[in-house]
Each structure stands twice: as C-alpha cells, then as structure tokens.
Write a new protein. Structure first.
Length: 744
C-alpha cells in the first residue's frame, strides 16, 4: 500500500479544493454549568443509589465513572434488569462526590465486578421495597405481585396497577438490604444483550460534553509552566514579556508552582511561552542504557514469597534439565491523545472541580491536603476526558486548576500541552524478571522459580489514596513517591507444577513518578511467565499449546486455550520453523492468563510477520478467547478486547520513555511514537459466556497476553527470542543476529 503524506497530497491536488465543514451545537460545550444539588451519599442508604421521578424515570447514582469503556451502558443494564424497567428509563449519574456513593476508584477489573455488584444489590433492595409498598397499599401478599416495565401489577386482580412513581412517595428512606433477593439469571432480558452504548451518538455528533469543552461564565484560562527536567527547581522568573500578551491576567506562583492566567486559551499559551524561567536541574536519572541492571541494584524495601509450593531446591537436582531467562519491561506512559484538562471554581469557601479523574472521591483527600480546605468543602464532578487506563495527567490538571482558582477567586480552566502530557504525566515503573525451570526426563516441569523486581506498593486497599501530584510537590506538600499497588499479581505461575518458588522484590523508590498503566503488574509478569513457558516448551521439544494444556488443571483455563486454538486453526508442532531464505518470516505464538490467578480467563494466539533484513515486526492477526463469567453486554466486552489488544500491540512494539540526565526526551509523537492505523492488526474474539456465574472485568485482561504471544510468534518465525519490551527493529535485529537468522 502506497503511503501519501499530507504535503504530497496538497502538492498533487493542484487547483482542487477540499472543504470539510463541521457544525456543532454550542450547547454541547456548556454542559451542567450549575452543579446538581447535593444529596445523600451514604453507601448504606437506598436513596443514595437511585431516585424515581413523576414520569417513572429512574436516576441511578454510582461512584464509578465511564472512561470510554462502555461501563455507563453496562451498569444501566444491571440496574434496569434488577428493577424490571425498560433500559431507556435509566439515567446514570457517575463520579460526582456530592451526589454519588464512594465506590473507590474506577478500574476495568473492578468497575463491573465490584461496582456492578453493589449497584445490583441496591436495585434489588429498591425492587423489594416497591413491591412491599404495593402489597401494603392493596393489602395483598408481595408474592402475588409482579413488575413489568416499571409497573407493579396484582396478579390476583390484574386491573390493579401502580407505577414506581406512584409508589415512591418522598423517597425510599430505608437502608440497602445486603441480602436482598437477586433476580435469577434465567429471568434476564437485558443482561447478556448487546445494547448499543449510550455515549456513542453524542460523541459522533460532537455534542458529548468533554471536560475540554466545559465552560463557566467569566472563566479564565491557565497554563502551568514546568520543566521537562525531573526534579528541577525554579531559579528565577521573569514574566515581563508575558504581561505584554493581550488578555494577560496574572502570574501565579506558590513555591515551585508557576502558572500564567489569561482571559482566553491562546493568550495563555503565548504567555506561557513568553515567560522566562531559569531552572536548577534535579539529579540525573539512572542511565537509560543501564536501566535493567540498575533497577536490580536499587535498595529494596522488602522481599516476600508470592508463591511457594513443594521443595524447589530438590526439584533443581543435578539430573534435571534447566532453563533460565531474564525479561525486562520498559518505562511507558499513557500518552493520551488529548492532553489533560480540568475546570475549577472557588466561591464562598467551596471548591468545585470538573475533572476527568478516575478517582473523584479519593481526589477529595488529595485536594484537601494540597489546598488545606476541609474535605467536605471540596466537590469533584466527573466529565469525560481523553482516554486513560490508570492515572495519567488528569489528576495533576485537577490540582493545578484548584490551586489557581483559589488564588484568584475566579473560575479557571487548565489544559496541559502535549509535552506536559507525554513527558510529565506519571509513568509505569520498570520491571525485571528472572526465571528458571527444571524439566524431568519426560519433558514435564518439575521446578519453577521466579524473581520479580517490582515497585514498592504504596496503596492500602480501599483507603484514601495519596499520590505525588506535581502541584503537591511544588507547593511543599509531602506525598509518597509513587502510586502503584498489587504489582505482584500474576507473578505466580498459573500452571500445575509440583515445586514452585516465586519471590517479589519491592524496590523502595522509583526514580520517576509511578502510577498504574493498563493491566499494572499483570502485563509485565505475564510477559515473563508466558514467554518463559514457551522457552521451556521449546526445551522440551513440545508444541507450545499442548505443553500449556499438559500443565494446566483448571477446566475453564483449558477451555479458553482450546477455543483460541480452534479459532486460530492452530496446527500442533514444536516452535520454531524458520525458512532459511525468506526475508518476510511468519510465525504464530500463544499466551494464556487467568487474571490475578483468580478471575477472567484469556488465551491469545498472535500471528506476526518479521522482516529479517530490517527487523520490523508486523502483527497481522490476534485471536483472543475470553471468559469473564456472565457477560453484561457482549458488544462492550468485544470493544474492550479489541481496544486493549490494539493498544498493547503499540506498547509491545514501540512505546518506551526516553531520557538523558534528568531531562525527559519523550515529549511528542515523534519522540514517543504509538501505533498508526495502517499497522493495526485484525483482532478476532471468541466470547465464552457463563450465565449465572460471577461477572468479572474485561478491560485489563486481554493486554496481559499480548506481549508474550507476539514474542512467542517472533521466535516461531525466526528462532530469535525477544525478552525486552518494546520489540524495536534494533532489538529484533540484535536477536536475529544472535540466533543466526538475520538477513541484514
């Protein structure tokens, strides 16, 4: 396929004229400028979760948010199903700290599993309460009543009916019943259906209210001035040229926090560029080219056994065939397509921030520490932002806007620049994994060892989350060094091995701000485990898929692998089969995971093409078999599989934060490239539904299988083993040369 660049197109277009006209309603950009009145947010109060108006419309309030993953639709299905009302009768309010319960943060592994389960119980409690009110009103047993489309009918007297609106009165005014009877899955009419996502039409028309479009009367625009040098301090500031910019309003400085404020966005950009700031650089970061070795040498806070089975020392006897390998995962960033943004208003001692944070309730604690306002004086209202899967710059922009709004006493909009988002947003920490296995005489694994060097867990589950926001550090508010947790998950071997010893070594302090990035810990750990499983299968002379099935006892795990093999038309044979003279070598690889070794099952087969002269890798096809229990919205699950797979191909092949000294060099799409449309593989999914079984997450699980599946496919195609993410052409070439299969 010939590539035509924009410049070439314009040069060859001659006198042709292309006009593209978009016209969007101004109403889209003024969404909810006045916050809804505060209401009950007590998690055990039923009125916290839902209300019913005179038209029988049900408003559902949840603390989770929809980060573009379709959870608004799925949660609406859960509520509508349990209440026995039409899907269209549900309106969802998400992530407003003054009107929704605190359900902790939003995460793809827990939003439906945890958040949906809590909502389901609340909806079941509401259904039972409405039936009881009708029973009391008509003096009949509740067992004689039924609900259809939000209307209660007396089956002994079908003419006797009452809508939810007629029964609700002044509200429920009761507690949620934790043991409320749930609707059996055999009666489901909404759950399990692919209902179109409720957010898509307005996104297509341009009417969807993103935080970037949000406006308040009299709103000012700010840009925060920061150095791309990590740990840099302000030596001097000269804002004389910035003051000359038309629309300039103020320069705000609090310690190392520096911002310029104008009456329009473009003036704020120009003023930020005009301000003259001298920086005292921070200490050098670890040398990029030595990172893998240095990460292992950094001080440890603790070392603990993640998995211990049998007697590992005995398994690694002198007669055992031993296999060893080490794996490394790069420092990566969210690189959200749109830079982060937030709008803040401070009036009468009350701070309101419109934010795209995935953790609005925990942000109350963080903003309270930074602004020194009482938590009850801080309200966060979620609005969609650019995509993130963990903490990108949204929370930082939220704190930036809050500080400036309080300083000036006027509404303030803060939007980051591209270099801020790519260079300064939190990163995933690096990861190194050392693996060793012992094979018996029959080619079965008798011993398995793993040492995982991970960032220290700074999270205590389900408690307020502290995080080193830039504004906190700059204004002298001490916070922990990183915000990551549960990175030990999936370090343990998922296979039935008689002797296992897996150790996690918690590095005391990361050198870059660390936060969760999609499938945190699990993607790195699974890359090591599943790449190594392939290496052990090769040492045993076995087919990679058959070898996994041989060492797996979990029936659902076996089923998901077999489903992927069938869809991919896998032909059993040992890896690798290398054609000596073929420049473009093709291969297939497989990887399997049970997420957290406890929930969703995924198996992925990757088909790749490797240019043995340039080292370029193309992922041609991904076949993903997926079992997340009872599916709420199959199309939503499919969306998550496809999106997660494509994003992880990008992370696997090219994403790597670069730096020298204390300077971050990854500041734009040239210095931090991501996958382009022309390189997107075909993604096929096999959805395994389990009606009546618990519902698990579907957003973070597929990515954990992609890196190893690609690595294993590259080995199958070329005989070259890739053990360091990303698989850049240079690294592939080095591996090809080491394997003796390079054509360069």
């Amino acid at each position: 396929m010939k590539t035509i660049h924009r410049r070439q197109f314009l040069q060859t277009a001659g006198t042709g004229l292309l006009l593209v006209n978009f016209q969007f309603s101004e109403l889209a950009y003024a969404a909810s400028p006045s916050p809804a009145p505060a209401k009950s947010t007590a998690k055990d109060a039923l009125d916290t979760w839902l209300s019913i108006d005179a038209s029988n419309q049900v408003t559902v309030y949840v603390g989770k948010v929809d980060l573009g993953t379709g959870t608004k639709t799925a949660l609406s299905q859960i509520a509508a199903e349990e209440l026995s009302i039409p899907f269209e009768k549900v309106t969802m309010v998400m992530g407003d700290t003054a009107t929704t319960p605190d359900q902790w943060l939003t995460g793809a592994a827990i939003t439906i599993q945890q958040g949906g389960s809590e909502l389901r119980i609340a909806a079941a409690s509401a259904r039972a309460a409405l039936l009881e009110r009708a029973a009391q009103k008509w003096q009949v047993p509740a067992s004689s009543l039924k609900i259809q489309d939000g209307v209660v009918t007396d089956t002994t007297n079908p003419a006797r009916k009452a809508s939810f609106a007629e029964l609700i009165g002044e509200g429920f005014q009761i507690k949620v019943e934790p043991k409320a009877a749930l609707k059996p899955h055999t009666d489901y009419t909404l759950v399990g259906r692919s209902i179109p996502r409720v957010d898509i039409p307005a996104k297509v028309s341009g009417e969807h209210p993103y935080v970037h479009d949000f406006k308040l009367p009299g709103m000012l625009h700010a840009r925060v001035v920061r150095s791309a040098q990590i740990g840099a301090k302000i030596a001097s500031v000269d804002d004389r040229q910035a003051r000359k910019v038309k629309g300039y309003v103020a320069t705000v400085r609090q310690g190392e926090f520096l911002a310029v404020v104008c009456d329009n966005e473009w003036s704020a950009v120009k003023a930020a560029r005009a301000i003259r700031t001298q920086w005292t650089p921070g200490p050098d970061l670890p040398a990029k080219e030595q990172l893998d070795a240095l990460w292992r040498q950094m001080p440890l806070a603790k070392e603990e056994a993640t998995q211990k089975v049998g007697q590992v020392d005995t398994a690694f006897s002198a007669n055992a065939k031993r296999v060893k390998a080490s794996y490394h995962f790069a420092v990566q960033t969210h690189a959200s397509i749109g830079p982060s943004c937030a709008v803040a208003q401070y009036e009468n001692g009350q701070l309101v921030v419109w934010s795209a944070s995935q953790a609005t309730h925990s942000m109350q604690h963080e903003l309270s520490a930074i602004t020194r306002l009482p938590k009850e004086k801080i309200r966060l209202i979620y609005l969609d932002g650019s995509g993130c899967y963990g903490r990108n710059g949204h929370e930082d922009a939220t704190a930036d806007a809050a500080l400036i709004a309080i300083e000036l006493g006027r509404p303030v909009r803060v939007q980051w620049m591209r270099q801020d988002e790519t260079a300064l947003a939190p990163k995933s920490p690096p990861r190194s994994m050392d693996m060793e296995a012992a094979l018996d005489a029959n080619g079965n694994i008798q011993g398995w060892k793993g040492d995982f060097y991970i960032a220290l867990n700074h999270i205590q589950a389900f408690k307020p989350l502290d995080f080193p926001l830039l504004a906190a550090t700059e204004t002298g508010v001490p916070r922990p060094g990183n915000w990551v947790g549960f990175l030990f998950q999936n370090a343990g071997a998922p296979y039935a091995v008689p002797n296992i010893q897996v150790t996690t070594k918690h590095v005391a302090q990361t050198f870059l701000r660390a936060s969760h990035l999609r499938s945190p810990g699990r993607i790195e750990n699974s890359f090591a485990n599943e790449s190594f499983m392939d290496e052990v299968a090769y040492a045993a002379g076995a087919d990679a898929a058959e070898f996994r099935l041989r060492h797996l006892q979990d029936a659902r795990g076996k089923e998901v692998i077999e489903a992927a093999l069938k869809a991919a038309q896998w032909q059993a044979r040992p890896s690798a089969v290398v054609k000596p003279n073929a420049r473009l070598a093709r291969g297939r690889g497989i990887a399997y995971v049970r997420y957290n070794n406890a929930i969703t099952y995924v198996a992925t087969v990757a088909e790749v093409e490797v240019d043995r002269k340039t080292g370029q890798v193309r992922v041609l096809r991904l076949v993903v078999a997926h079992d997340c229990g009872q599916m709420i919205n199959p199309d939503g699950v499919l969306n998550q599989i496809q999106g997660g797979a494509i994003q992880t191909v990008s992370r696997t092949l090219m994403e790597d934060v670069r730096w020298h000294g204390s300077q971050i060099d990854s500041v734009d799409w040239a210095s931090y490239p991501i996958l382009r449309f022309g390189d997107v593989p075909k993604v096929e999914a096999v959805l395994i539904d389990r009606p009546g079984q618990p519902t698990w997450g579907a957003g973070e699980q597929t990515p954990t299988t992609i890196p190893a599946a690609i690595a294993n496919a590259i080995f199958d195609a070329t005989g070259a083993r890739l053990r360091q993410i990303p698989f850049t052409p240079d690294r592939v070439n080095l591996a090809l040369q080491a394997a003796g299969t390079s054509l360069a």
